[in-house]
Design a protein around this ligand. Structure first.
Ligand SMILES: [Zn+2]
Ligand SMILES: [Zn+2]
Length: 340
């Protein structure tokens, strides 16, 4: 296919454009939803609000309180004094890898990522709101409690091996993040009351994003607005690239079509002038074995291959395309015959 490269590029561009557009609308809807959500400190008024609502839930609300585990908290691996409710452990491998272009470049690979959680609530003044599915949050702010890098000391055989494979390990980076007990957090999501009269905050069923953040609502909105702007910029960029590729494809297609049309016109005019010239110089005083077997007027001008019969004039040969009229052999090719 002539335009394979362009079509593939256009396809990749469209996919990226689509993802960016989706993210842009996601951010835009999230900003509208967060702006529309009421803000409350955790307190007795939340229970009343839910009771007053029509279907025993508040679709989207922002509440602030202090993180409190509902059982035994998690203890940090790196610092036994720190306790929390959500823990994220990540091990990243830093490598120097040879790229396809032959250069060596620094790369990072996540080797392992583990989340641990315990049930917890946001509390204030003896009032609790249990947080469900914290890992489903779009933004989950946690503290980095440790970040260590252990360099690898390569041996001679490691050097040799890396030369063969093109990958050399530089070291391992381990990070631990913790949502700490006692942190002041704002949760944005759906507030409901369970049968046992406990208030819970969870990801909304309608797909509006769920947030657990240490930021204020205005900072959260600013962050979302920054994201929205970034995606808008990316949309514009990839949209422009798509239009450019589309333009190039269209221009090439148009140029090819014009060239084909001109070539076809030229071929037709050449064929017409040749035919006209032949007609002008045709011999009228012919023997029977020199006359076309179809029209019995014009001289024989065309040789049929592979049978080799010269039995047709050029005019009649245009209509006879499949079999030789003399021997019924299939016609593979026709050519002008010149008998001198
Ligand atoms: Zn003829
Ligand atoms: Zn024949």
């Amino acid at each position: 296919m002539d335009y394979l490269g362009e079509v593939v590029a256009l396809g990749i561009d469209s996919v990226i454009f689509g993802i960016c557009l989706k993210q842009y609308f996601h951010c835009r809807n999230a900003i509208a939803a967060v702006k529309g959500a009421e803000f409350h400190e955790v307190g007795s008024q939340l229970g009343d609000l839910v009771d007053k609502s029509s279907d025993n839930k508040i679709g989207y609300i922002a509440i602030r309180g202090i993180v409190k585990p509902l059982g035994k908290p998690l203890t940090s691996i790196s610092n036994k004094k720190l306790t929390g409710v959500v823990q994220k452990l990540k091990i990243k491998e830093h490598v120097v890898a040879r790229t396809t272009a032959g250069f060596w470049s620094d790369q990072e690979r996540t080797v392992n990522k583990v989340f641990n959680t315990v049930p917890f609530a946001l509390q204030q003044g003896g009032h609790f709101v249990e947080i469900l599915e914290p890992l489903a949050a779009d933004i989950l702010d946690m503290d980095v409690v440790s970040n260590t890098f252990k360099p690898t000391v390569p041996s001679f055989s490691d050097h040799l091996w890396s030369f063969v494979t093109g990958v050399r390990q530089r070291g391992l980076q381990s990070t631990e993040e913790l949502l700490r007990e006692g942190a002041i957090m704002t949760g944005v999501g759906e507030l409901t009351k369970t049968k046992s009269n406990t208030l819970t905050l969870q990801p909304p069923l309608n797909g509006t994003p769920f947030y657990l953040t240490s930021m204020s609502i205005s900072s959260l909105l600013r962050k979302l607005d920054d994201r929205k702007r970034t995606y808008r910029l990316l949309c514009l960029m990839f949209g422009a690239i798509g239009m450019l590729i589309g333009g190039i494809v269209f221009r090439r297609y148009w140029k090819d079509r014009t060239e084909q049309r001109v070539a076809e016109e030229l071929r037709q005019s050449l064929a017409a002038s040749r035919k006209e010239r032949r007609q002008r110089v045709r011999d009228t005083d012919l023997r029977g074995d020199q006359i076309c077997v179809i029209c019995c007027t014009n001289p024989r001008e065309i040789i049929l291959l592979p049978c080799g019969h010269v039995c047709l004039c050029e005019d009649c040969s245009e209509d006879i395309t499949t079999h030789c009229p003399m021997c019924r052999a299939p016609i593979a090719q026709k050519a002008a015959a010149y008998i001198i």
